[in-house]
Design a protein around this ligand. Structure first.
Ligand SMILES: Nc1nc2c(c(=O)[nH]1)N[C@@H](CNc1ccc(C(=O)N[C@@H](CCC(=O)N[C@@H](CCC(=O)N[C@@H](CCC(=O)O)C(=O)O)C(=O)O)C(=O)O)cc1)CN2
Ligand code: MET
Ligand SMILES: [Zn+2]
Length: 779
């Protein structure tokens, strides 16, 4: 009984040592040639395929590699290049890809060493947004009534040939057509991207024919939208599209995957797809299993994702085996495949480069490479050829994680149990607080501020790296950071930023920084995961009850406040974001962990207020990303998420101004919850969408103060004064002047000082012009 296949949906492309990031950024800077960049790509692909093969994975994904983002790769494959880039047609190049992702500067004012201008006009990058409820961001496809599709990239074909040449049993992977259309955005009011379905499916037909002609036995089409609420039209379109694709597949077989959640009422439609294999995520969609098995079609292969592709806990073998046994009874060994739940791109690469994790904790974890071993071990255990020792060891690890005293802290549990309803509320409602804050802060109209971080230059990162390696003493590192902070504050003072920040130079990543100072968290040395493009994160691991042993930011804030007379904004990360951007324990509800974190942040907020900080920002950029994929599940989540924020913020006096910040989100869906946070000021990302995001705030008559971002910090482009003024005029047509702030979209950590300086000088000038302008009355 050896027929049970193992396969993988996607493997992290970044390299064990972030080779992909380093090469891509070097290419952007002009320090690496295109040929060298491509060679790095080939090397990474080969390494990753061979690793999977050696682990014993039977079918290995191809085209999961990308130099930026797989959705953008697909747009290039389909020739769907936004018209503003004036793409001449033919095959898209790597520079086409990078240009769409990063935008271009006008050649004449181009002052940045890190981007490659290709157009003579300044062109906005495409929007970027969260991939479902993950911390991965994809480049949003743009659809126009006259969008046309035609094969415009050789990448998937070349990579398939490359894998074949290496003797890899390769399975090309693509995002499916319905997911692609659903995730894109119409560029014209009233235009429905699904009008393009017919032409899109024709191009998919050609792609499939071509792959089939070159010997692809399987093609994987990802349709994670099956985990969303779907309309009858989408469900019909799915059947139609796959009927057409099935009719051209030739010898090739199609695998359609769903992941990230249960299929629920979509299940019969999924079962009905005219394809040869279906994949289910049993980690997030385990509730479906009985229904899947009851009605599973007799002509299809059942692929079960039992190993969590998105979290780092070791698989509970016994639980997985019990699910697999049920499936085996139903479909038999020839029709059962075993896999991770979703692509492993959301997991760090390997535990092998983690010398600093202690043995007990390490024994609770599995990263991508270990997950592949788990998939193969499960297959062996299921077929009776596995080692019993492995099962015994797995059981022991699961058991110690349940009971270890490192995980359970009674005083944290008691404190949470004793929280009262009053702990969630500010003393007075917003209008009263606003008055008191205006009196205390004495800010001008259209006050200017930034979102917190300033450029994390090579110098800053290298100083931190040397300090971590012991090559720089604590004192030297601290003095270095103090000098950076002082310079940053002097700059803000000089150009007239009304509410300065200290610049966050002491932080590696916001979440990692707080994680490192809280009990119940562990952190890795090399556990990087791609967030977007060349930007990666190293999420902390929340393994136990959370508490704050001592103040975390007060020293930096009080030092910063001594350097300026203007009110300094304290800078914290909120409980939902810390939760969302960490690997979270799966042995208690996420809400409980969030509320434990909230109490730790609350203590920090009160300490900042105590040392005289008059405004405190509690960032919650991830609150939207945490929203469940199904509407039915929203309310429960929003209730505890909003309560977590309020618990962290509500302890302060009326005249202490609480800010929050959000980015990369559509707010329409959750505007009531955002208002429910009751932050005095919210700064949000709006510039790439041309203030569109403000509509939600207007429709809802959002009562508190808002800083709609006027400077897109994801691109090296320097915005002009007029452009930012115009954006604010748009905002002022919607929101009363006294409630408006002027600020960038997000933190400046990824930018260079040259661009930041000019951009912020422009921004302050825009605010000054606005103060001189005649107030606009709202429509
Ligand atoms: N967790 C998280 N999620 C988020 C965001 C965020 O800020 N944090 N922002 C949104 C967008 N996502 C982003 C994700 C990452 C980065 C980012 O800038 N990442 C940095 C890494 C940040 C970091 O942890 N830096 C460390 C390590 C830096 C490093 O690479 N050090 C070098 C040494 C440098 C030297 O010697 O010169 C090395 O280890 O090799 C530090 O500063 O200490 C990067 O990829 O470059 C930005 C935005 C949404 N999700
Ligand atoms: C991703 S939101 C970032 C907020 C943070 N305060 C910063 O400026 O970097
Ligand atoms: Zn942000």
């Amino acid at each position: 009984m050896h027929n049970i296949n193992t396969h993988n949906l996607g493997y992290p492309r970044i390299g064990e040592q972030r080779e992909l990031k380093k090469a891509t950024e070097a290419y952007w800077k002009g320090n690496l040639s295109l040929a060298e960049l491509e060679a790095t790509g080939r090397h990474l692909r080969k390494t990753n395929w061979l690793k999977q093969k050696q682990a014993g994975i039977d079918l290995i994904p191809v085209n999961d590699f990308t130099f930026y983002d797989q959705t953008l790769d697909l747009s290039c494959l389909l020739g769907n290049i936004p018209p503003r880039f004036e793409w001449p047609g033919g095959d898209t190049t790597l520079d086409t890809l990078f240009t769409i992702a990063r935008g271009t500067q006008p050649a004449s004012t181009h002052a940045c060493e890190s981007c490659t201008p290709t157009a003579s006009v300044s062109t906005f990058a495409s929007e970027m947004t969260k991939w479902f409820d993950t911390n991965y961001h994809y480049i949003v496809p743009e659809f126009h009534p006259n969008t046309q599709f035609q094969i415009s990239s050789r990448k998937i074909f070349d990579e398939f040939a490359e894998a074949q040449a290496l003797g890899i049993n390769a399975k090309p992977v693509l995002i499916g057509p319905i997911t692609y259309l659903t995730l894109g955005k119409s560029q014209e009011a009233g235009f429905d991207p699904f009008d393009l379905l017919d032409s899109l499916v024709s191009t998919y037909e050609q792609i499939i024919k071509r792959l089939s002609a070159t010997g692809a036995e399987w093609i994987q089409l990802d349709e994670p939208i099956f985990a969303l609420d779907l309309t009858p039209t989408q469900l019909d379109d799915l059947q139609d599209a796959y009927r057409r694709l099935a009719s051209v597949r030739g010898q090739t077989k199609l695998l359609v995957t769903s992941y990230f959640g249960p299929l629920r009422e979509n299940l019969p439609h999924f079962h009905a797809l005219p394809v040869q294999a279906l994949h289910f995520d049993l980690v997030r969609g385990g509730e479906d299993l009985p229904d899947i098995l009851t009605s599973f079609p007799t002509d299809k292969i059942l692929s079960l994702g039992v190993v969590d592709g998105r979290n780092i806990w070791k698989n509970d073998c016994e639980q997985s085996l019990s699910q697999l046994h049920d499936a085996l009874k139903t479909v038999g060994p020839d029709r059962l495949w075993i896999a991770p739940s979703c692509s492993l791109q959301h997991s760090p690469v390997t535990l092998n480069n983690e010398p600093n994790l202690d043995a007990e904790l390490k024994n609770w974890l599995a990263f991508a490479d270990q997950k592949l071993e788990e998939v193969v071990d499960l297959r062996d255990l299921l077929t009776g050829s596995g080692s019993n020792e492995k099962l015994v060891a797995n059981r022991a690890a699961t058991q110690t994680r349940r009971t270890s005293p490192r995980i359970h802290n009674p005083s944290v549990k008691t404190r949470l149990a004793e929280v009262t309803p009053a702990d969630f509320d500010r003393t007075s409602p917003f209008p009263k607080r606003q008055q008191l804050q205006h009196t205390k802060l004495k800010l001008p109209q259209f006050p200017t501020t930034t979102i917190g971080s300033f450029p994390q230059t090579a110098e800053v990162r290298s100083a931190r790296a040397r300090w971590k390696k012991g090559q720089l003493s604590d004192t030297d590192y601290e003095n270095f950071l103090k000098a950076e902070t002082a310079r940053c504050i002097a700059f803000q003072d000089e150009i007239g930023i009304d509410m300065p920040v200290h610049g966050e130079f002491e932080r590696n990543d916001m979440v990692e920084y707080f994680g490192e100072q809280l009990e119940g968290f562990a952190f890795t040395s090399n556990g990087w995961v791609q967030s977007y493009g060349s930007r990666y994160v190293k999420p902390p691991v929340i393994f136990g009850d959370v508490s704050r042993p001592k103040p975390m930011t007060t020293e930096w804030s009080s030092y910063a406040q001594t350097l300026t007379d203007r009110p300094m904004k304290g800078m914290l990360t909120g409980p939902v974001t810390i939760l969302q951007w960490s690997f979270v324990r799966n042995d208690q509800p996420r809400s409980t962990t969030a509320h434990q974190i909230a109490l730790a942040i609350r203590d920090e907020v009160l300490d900042l207020e105590h040392i005289g900080i008059a405004a405190i920002q509690i960032d919650e950029p991830a609150i939207r990303e945490g929203l469940p994929l199904r509407r039915n599940d929203w309310k429960a989540y929003l209730d505890w998420a909003v309560k977590a924020f309020r618990l962290s913020a509500a302890g302060v006096k009326n005249d202490t101004q609480i800010h929050t910040h959000m980015c990369y989100s559509e707010f329409n869906d959750i505007i009531a919850a955002i208002a429910g946070l009751d932050a005095d000021v919210i700064t949000i990302e709006t510039s790439r969408s041309n203030m569109e995001l403000l509509d939600a705030f207007v429709d809802f008559q959002y009562p508190n103060e808002i800083g709609p971002g006027v400077y897109d910090i994801h691109s090296p482009r320097v915005p002009t004064v007029a452009e930012m003024e115009n954006l604010m005029h748009k905002a002022e047509a919607l929101i009363p002047r006294r409630n408006l702030w002027v600020n960038p979209d997000c933190g400046l950590k990824t930018r260079g000082w040259d661009e930041v300086k000019t951009s912020l000088i422009h921004m302050v000038q825009a605010a000054k012009n606005l103060r001189q302008s005649i107030p606009v009355t709202q429509a």
